[in-house]
Ligand binder design. Structure first.
Ligand code: FAD
Length: 157
């Protein structure tokens, strides 16, 4: 059975000095993990001061419903869907949602995937974002720097 995979870009509007980027990402990831576990959605969220890049995968209707909910969230704006297609398998099968806050340690990974220090939305491609997310996920399997632990979907039963 195929899986629907949606990749989007958005502009980060979390500007309050009182909220650290780390805490903001953690709040989003924790809520996402709870909802996505319920909806059997998996994926990855990349985050910096300027933007979010997210991969959502699962049943087409459930992914679309989650996206509509996410689209209305005031913590970001100007969402652009980079790709929405059916794929043979999930790229983040074990995780209801994991995330990475971009730090200088990861710059080389972004550059390997053709994304420089400034993310230019018009140049982003869905495939590149997915492969970047897979590489960041592998990086965080070895280093806790900048990453938020995945919620192990297989362990949730
Ligand atoms: P509640 O948690 O009860 O929230 C009710 C309302 O309050 C919603 O409108 C919500 O947007 C808003 N809200 C909650 N917390 C805050 C806050 N700290 N600041 C401002 N408004 C707030 N949700 C998922 O289910 N799956 C995902 O994969 C996912 N990814 C996300 C990625 C990004 C970049 C962002 C910004 C949000 C993401 N969310 C995700 C959260 C999503 O936008 C909704 O907030 C969430 O799904 C609502 O959950 P709920 O229906 O249980 O409502």
């Amino acid at each position: 059975m195929s899986v629907h995979q949606l990749v989007y870009y958005s502009r980060n509007t979390i500007t309050k000095a009182s909220v650290s980027p780390w805490k903001a990402l953690k709040d989003i990831i924790l809520k996402s993990q709870a909802n996505n576990r319920r909806d059997d959605i998996t994926g990855y969220l990349i985050f910096d001061k300027v933007c979010f890049l997210q991969v959502l995968e699962g049943d087409r209707d459930k992914v679309r419903t989650a996206y509509r909910r996410i689209e209305g969230d005031v913590r970001h704006c100007d969402l652009v869907i980079l790709g929405a297609r059916d794929v043979a398998h999930r790229s983040f099968a074990d995780w209801t949602m994991a995330g990475a806050l971009r730090t200088p340690e990861q710059d080389s990974i972004f550059i390997e995937h053709g994304i420089g220090s400034t993310i230019i939305p018009a140049r982003l491609k869905a495939d590149r974002v997915v492969s970047l997310a897979v590489s960041l996920a592998r990086f965080h399997a070895f280093s806790r720097e900048g990453g938020i632990a995945a919620d192990d979907r297989s362990a949730a039963g």
